[in-house]
Ligand binder design. Structure first.
Ligand code: ISJ
Length: 179
């Protein structure tokens, strides 16, 4: 894997990002749901693509502090502005921690996970890390190399919900128009 295939904090990036990308990837630590809702003037929606129990990826197990190959809940969605996919988001939590926590990730459907995480004061957000997301991890229809993604872990007690967000070209176009 090349250097760009590691999750990096802003100070670990070999080359600084342009200011707009830096802002979306690292600076805004508030709810992305809220930011996208504003950018889309309310025309925001969440569409689940895939939800279920699966073995988590190695980078996810490492970030959550569980053994490689651990099972977890995987939720993949599009966050849409004006119906267009703006962000592909993949959120995961280890099975044991999730079951012990009573946190109801399984029945969210098209409600935003962000609303839930940000409305519960007990969750704290870990550092934001970014990388160019491997295209093989994206749904075929938006597959493209070199797309920037970020991730961070929301923690409440022993539960960690790791949220990765991949910014799609339509988002950058909308953000550029707005800036
Ligand atoms: C973490 C947030 O939640 C967003 C909403 C998600 C969902 O509904 O699955 C997933 C990831 C995030 O992009 C947020 O709004 O900041």
């Amino acid at each position: 894997m090349s250097e760009s295939h590691h999750w990096l904090t802003a100070d670990q990036l070999p080359v600084p990002l342009d200011p707009l990308q830096h802002d979306w990837l690292y600076i805004d630590k508030g709810s992305l749901t809220r930011r996208l809702t504003l950018l889309a003037e309310g025309a925001f929606s969440v569409t689940p693509l895939r939800e279920g129990w699966q073995p988590l990826r190695d980078d996810e197990c490492a970030a959550l502090g569980v053994a490689f190959g651990s099972s977890g809940w995987v939720r993949e969605v599009y966050l849409r502005g004006h119906g267009e996919p703006w962000v592909f988001a993949r959120s995961v939590a280890a099975r044991r921690a999730l079951e012990d926590s009573g946190f109801d990730l399984q029945r969210l459907g098209s409600r935003s996970l962000g609303e839930l995480l940000f409305s519960d004061q007990a969750f704290t957000r870990g550092p934001l890390e970014a990388m160019r997301y491997p295209d093989a991890w994206l749904p075929a229809e938006v597959q493209q190399t070199q797309l920037w993604a970020r991730r961070s872990c929301f923690s409440r007690g022993k539960l960690g919900v790791l949220v990765a967000e991949v910014f799609l070209p339509a988002l950058w176009q909308a953000a550029q128009r707005d800036s």
